[in-house]
Design a protein. Structure first.
Length: 420
């Protein structure tokens, strides 16, 4: 048996983002990772990456050996990024066009494997290349701070710089569930992709299990896609098309007896095992049922993370990506509520109580276009906030940790609303 390799310079031993990402992408310890040094004796080099801008502040791993592909990993879809990020990537992308000479100032990470061991047994990129038709692929990936809710994503390119896909890696319980959910959502979307007002979405190219991970490879976005402005008005017709799967609406039904309320009840009871917060969630769901149980509302699907930074435009059509929180049987209007909540929480940095007020304002302003009367609007706003806390708990329970912006602050908000 080949001995495991864990050299002192191996970045997988680091506690920062570079360590976290390389552990996820190269989990097999027979694969050697060395920085600034040669591959170990008996190993053959299979890939090299420029670590940009440094080991201590790593932000990108750019593949070496194919300058057009290396440049493409930084320049493709740059228009979707914020101006400062765009400028940095454009500069480094220009250097990458020069190949190793242009990227020489940056440390080099060498990936090598033991002689006699099939590369496809050890490297995810080889498995993905085989799954996508056998053409060799180069991968690049961004480096983010360690976060149990983040998914390492490989940008896959041909040697000539043509994008082939994005591989999302689910590496713990929380991220495996998200990757699996997105794959399921993307498998279902082609049936409604041509419906009027329904956003276009990238397709699912393949899904596989590898090294105790779940990996979904998603089709590249169109090269000319442009992001929508962060202050873009809500796309109500598109949200309604998503909710109705591109078809007609369904008759409103009471909250009591709905699959939605049953799911909230079950999840709240499960969360109760975590202590007082779970007991508060059970009480919140019960209060939601008492307050809105007789209200009839239309139920449907939702994107689950409908925010401007997950939307773009191409050829006159809206494009939506990141469907990992998508699901059925929620009150129509949840995507509108989420849009308002996240704009306040993420873009403006507002606390949960202010973000909840933004939900009320959005639902009141646009709810009639979704067929929501005053009672339905209150149900959508209150129900969404309970759903959002339970999402926060699901991620924490699966190992992602609590989002401090939402716990316990969001439970406090929910309780005050129900007591008002």
């Amino acid at each position: 048996m080949t001995a495991q390799v864990d050299a002192p310079a191996d970045p997988r031993s680091r506690a920062d983002g570079l360590g976290w990402v390389t552990r996820a992408v190269f989990p097999d310890r027979r694969v050697a990772l060395t920085v600034r040094g040669p591959a170990p004796t008996g190993h053959r080099t299979v890939a090299r990456y420029a670590v940009v801008p440094s080991l201590a502040r790593a932000r990108f791993l750019v593949p070496l050996g194919a300058p057009r592909a290396g440049a493409a990993t930084l320049l493709a879809y740059n228009a979707l990024r914020p101006p400062k990020v765009r400028a940095v990537r454009a500069t480094i992308g220009g250097l990458a066009r020069l190949g190793p000479v242009g990227l020489a100032p940056f440390p080099t990470l060498t990936v090598s494997v033991p002689g006699g061991v099939p590369v496809a047994e050890l490297l995810l990129t080889e498995r993905l290349a085989s799954a996508l038709g056998g053409t060799p692929l180069l991968a690049a990936f961004g480096v983010r701070p360690p976060d149990p809710n983040h998914k390492p994503t490989l940008q896959l390119f041909d040697s000539d710089g043509r994008p082939r896909g994005y591989a999302k890696i689910g590496w713990n319980d929380a991220t495996r569930a998200l990757v699996t959910a997105e794959a399921a959502a993307l498998r279902a979307l082609p049936a409604v992709a041509g419906a009027a007002d329904h956003p276009v979405s990238p397709g699912l190219l393949t899904e596989l299990a590898w090294a105790d991970q779940v990996v979904a490879v998603i089709e590249p976005l169109p090269s000319a896609v442009r992001g929508v402005p962060v202050d873009d008005p809500p796309r109500i017709a598109a949200q309604l098309a998503v909710a109705r799967r591109g078809g007609p609406g369904t008759p409103p039904r009471p909250l009591t007896g709905s699959a939605f309320l049953a799911r909230l009840t079950t999840q709240a009871r499960r969360s109760a095992a975590s202590g007082a917060a779970g007991d508060r969630a059970v009480a919140a769901v019960q209060a939601l049922a008492r307050r809105h149980g007789d209200v009839e509302v239309e139920f449907g699907h939702w994107h689950g993370d409908w925010v401007p930074w997950n939307l773009g435009e191409h050829a006159g059509r809206l494009v939506a990506w990141d469907w990992e929180h998508s699901g059925p049987d929620v009150p129509v209007g949840f995507d509108l509520a989420h849009d308002a909540f996240q704009r306040a929480l993420v873009l403006r940095g507002d606390p949960a109580v202010v973000a909840a007020g933004a939900v009320d304002a959005y639902v009141d302003r646009y709810g009639d276009r979704l067929g929501l009367g005053p009672a339905q609007r209150r149900l959508v706003a209150d129900g969404y906030l309970v759903e959002m806390w339970l999402r926060t708990w699901r991620l924490a329970d699966a190992g992602a940790g609590w989002n401090p912006a939402l716990h316990p602050a969001l439970l406090d908000v929910i309780e005050k609303r129900h007591s008002g």
